[in-house]
Design a binder for this molecule. Structure first.
Ligand SMILES: Cc1cc2nc3c(=O)[nH]c(=O)nc-3n(C[C@H](O)[C@H](O)[C@H](O)COP(=O)(O)OP(=O)(O)OC[C@H]3O[C@@H](n4cnc5c(N)ncnc54)[C@H](O)[C@@H]3O)c2cc1C
Length: 440
């Protein structure tokens, strides 16, 4: 079963020109286009498949400040405010709720890491409660176990991945922006060294400004333009169940399994951070650059298979602008879930929370998480004047989607970004990531 997804109408015609063209209708591209349009700019959101159909509908839905890297934290805090404001301004429902996130652990080292992060949170004015053993056991009473400690972040929450990106694209349409699905962007045109247009499979759009929010496809697209963007993808898996959920927390993290209530009342289970790395030409190309990341996270990673190679998103080939590209052959990246991980997550979740025993499994799916070598996103103008990259969200992009989209829109329209995003500029990736990999 693919991840559930609400649908959006496409605009009838590709415009001849636009102030900004946004490539990729995931959560980042949709929010970027929405904020540009609110600023009065003519904007076209161009998506090779369906709005939200890749990572943005396949995730857990966590919108958190908790455990965010210092470089990302201001954007995470701003995003929570923007999720709320979006619904108030548009009436569109993303399912966002500040339900609070609960982390439980019996591991002293893990607890010490969370406590260290708590100091950063305090200095940034973010509310995060470190829980004593008694408090963790009380908050985690659905598990029927005692815990050494935990964290509760009351101002964080979740949104509904099935509805969020489509809701934002609908808001964009209502404001007069255009949305083009089943329309891959094949390349960029330049004049006097700056962006002058995009070439899609259905024709060209004249524009001086492009945002590439292409998720797992960003690096291979950048390569066509001679821009080096080191990116790797991790294939993760989750399963959905129905349960009356009596007493089950809305969002619970333990090292073994994560349990999240979705907008449709179902729960999803996943083994957090676990996944497979499919060997691809792109992975080989950047393997040295990713050593610091793999050295840090290897315990949770396993080698994958040929699926990544077949999907084409990490191709090193150069494509022709007048012929179908790998993006048209793979409209929606829909990798097979890892059945071993699915069974493990199921077993662990029902053992952890007895009320989930007897729940009915309704589906499972996979998703490629696109990551940078240091585990924080890459946002900024790079390579060609007028070309803004917003990708590499490293498993965090859904929750910070509004803030990240806003920042990309700010940069593309020459306005001071809503938060300082200088430390996220893609140019940092030229240097080694040793000592800079995000902790969580
Ligand atoms: C299993 C899983 C769990 C996760 N859990 C969380 C979580 O709890 N919280 C969180 O914050 N994040 C989470 N994430 C990460 C989050 O989902 C991503 O960081 C985020 O969705 C990235 O959004 P995006 O818009 O950059 O990319 P995507 O959603 O992947 O969108 C990119 C879009 O670009 C399109 N595209 C690519 N190339 C072209 C082209 N040339 N022309 C036209 N269209 C193109 C693609 O079709 C795609 O729709 C999770 C991810 C996974 C897979």
């Amino acid at each position: 079963m693919p991840a559930p997804l609400a649908r959006v109408e496409s605009s009838p015609q590709l415009p001849a020109s636009a102030d900004v063209v946004v490539i990729g209708g995931g959560i980042i591209g949709s929010f970027a286009a929405y904020y540009l349009r609110r600023r009065g700019l003519q904007v076209a959101l161009v998506e090779k498949g369906l709005i939200g159909a890749e990572q943005s509908s396949r995730n857990w839905g966590w919108c958190r400040q908790q455990n965010r890297d210092e470089r990302e934290l201001p954007m995470a805090t701003k995003s929570l405010e923007l999720w709320e404001r979006f619904t108030a301004d548009t009436g569109e429902q993303t399912g966002f709720r500040r339900c609070g996130l609960l982390y439980l652990s019996n591991n002293e080292k893990e607890l010490a890491g969370w406590a260290r992060w708590g100091e950063l949170a305090r200095s940034a004015g973010v509310t995060s409660h470190m829980l004593s053993a008694a408090e963790a056991s009380e908050r985690g009473r659905a598990t029927g176990r005692s815990w050494r400690g935990g964290v509760y972040s009351p101002t964080d929450g979740t949104a509904d991945p099935a509805r969020a990106a489509p809701a934002v694209a609908r808001a964009l349409l209502k404001l007069g922006g255009t949305v083009h699905q089943h329309c891959a962007v094949r390349g960029i045109e330049t004049a006097a060294g700056s962006v002058s247009g995009v070439i899609t499979e259905r024709g060209s759009i004249r524009t001086g400004s492009v945002i590439l929010a292409a998720g797992a496809w960003a690096s291979s697209f950048c390569r066509q333009l001679g821009i080096r963007f080191p990116q790797a993808t991790l294939r993760q898996s989750l399963l959905a169940v129905t349960s009356d959920g009596d007493g089950v927390p809305d969002a619970l993290f333990t090292d073994e399994v994560t349990i999240t209530r979705r907008g449709d009342g179902r729960y999803v289970f996943a083994c957090g951070g676990r996944g497979r790395i499919d060997p691809t030409p792109q992975l080989l190309r950047f393997s040295g650059t990713f050593l610091p990341m793999f050295a840090r996270r290897w315990r949770k990673l396993a080698p994958g298979g040929l699926e990544g190679l077949r999907s084409g998103h990490e191709s090193l080939s150069r494509w022709q602008l007048d012929r179908p590209t790998p993006m048209e052959r793979m409209r929606i990246l829909d990798p097979a879930p890892d059945q071993g991980l699915i069974r493990l997550a199921h077993r662990r979740a029902v053992k952890l929370v007895p009320a989930l025993q007897g729940c009915e499994v309704t589906g499972s799916w996979g998703g490629y998480v696109d990551t940078t070598p240091d585990g924080v996103p890459a946002i900024g103008e790079c390579g060609i004047p007028g070309f803004v990259l917003a990708a590499g969200f490293s498993g965090h992009g859904f929750g910070i989607g509004p803030g990240a989209g806003h920042v990309a829109a700010d940069i593309a329209s020459g306005v001071a970004p809503i938060v300082d995003a200088r430390s996220l500029h893609p140019d940092r990736l030229i240097k080694s990531a040793w000592g800079k990999v995000a902790d969580f």
